[in-house]
Write a protein that binds this ligand. Sequence first.
Ligand SMILES: *Cc1c(COP(=O)(O)O)cnc(C)c1O
Length: 280
Amino acid sequence: MRTDWRRGADVEAIEARLREDKAHTIKAVAVVHNETSTGATSRVDEVRRAMDAAGHPALLLVDTISSLGSMDFRHDEWGVDVTISGSQKGMMLPPGLSFNAISAKALKASETAKLPRSFWDWKPMLASNATGYFPYTPATNLLYGLDTAVDMMLEEGLDNVFARHDRHAEATRRAVRHWGFEIQCADPRHYSSVLTAVRLPEGHSANALRATILERFNMSLGNGLGQLHDRVFRIGHLGDFGDLQLIGTLGGVEMGLRAADVPHQSGGVQVAMAYLSGNA
Ligand SMILES: *Cc1c(COP(=O)(O)O)cnc(C)c1O
């Protein structure tokens, strides 16, 4: 489905498409929970409701790679069939681990599915997992890291972890608006608490700004992908991240805007500081 890349999944369009599919040729609805290239978070609970409203038996597959551990996600409660995630974003680890949560319905579907799978087959993994082992040599060092990452999150409290991400995202958006730029995500209900993609005014290169910031302040910002190439830059605020890191990040952006001659209203960092100090 084509969209303007400025919001999360369109649940009405999904429901309409599923209603049309009377023969149930659609086998799965695949949704990215937090779209890392645009900073839009889909409402997975609403996608589920749309599927149920259409009375369609498709599986619901959700990519939570950049949201798990940073924003609330409920595999069971939201009726997700397969959740896929990874170690390298909000879980605060190097890349190398990927994991799935699988519903009984998805497991049953996999038994008769004809897709080639080999290494990716769940069966040997599930059989070994029952005894606490793996069918192949796992990335043992990352599993130790994951154990510690989960301990850290539970110690902080998941609600507090999510609130911290929400708060940093709000401070970032306030700075961006003050600078006079648009946030790529146009629907506040879909704002991402993990990252903010910022649109530069027409005629200004986001990549030139990113290059200036990298060269001058040694800070690497995300680029715009696909149709957003050179139009947006992305500010990440996820994982092991605190107020001072955010202010340092926003300070680097604001200094970069000045150094790269991108017209903006200075003082976005102050606006973020005021928000953070007023909202403990
Ligand atoms: C990072 C990410 C992935 C994984 O991509 P890699 O190329 O393995 O880094 C997948 N989906 C989302 C939403 C992501 O943010």
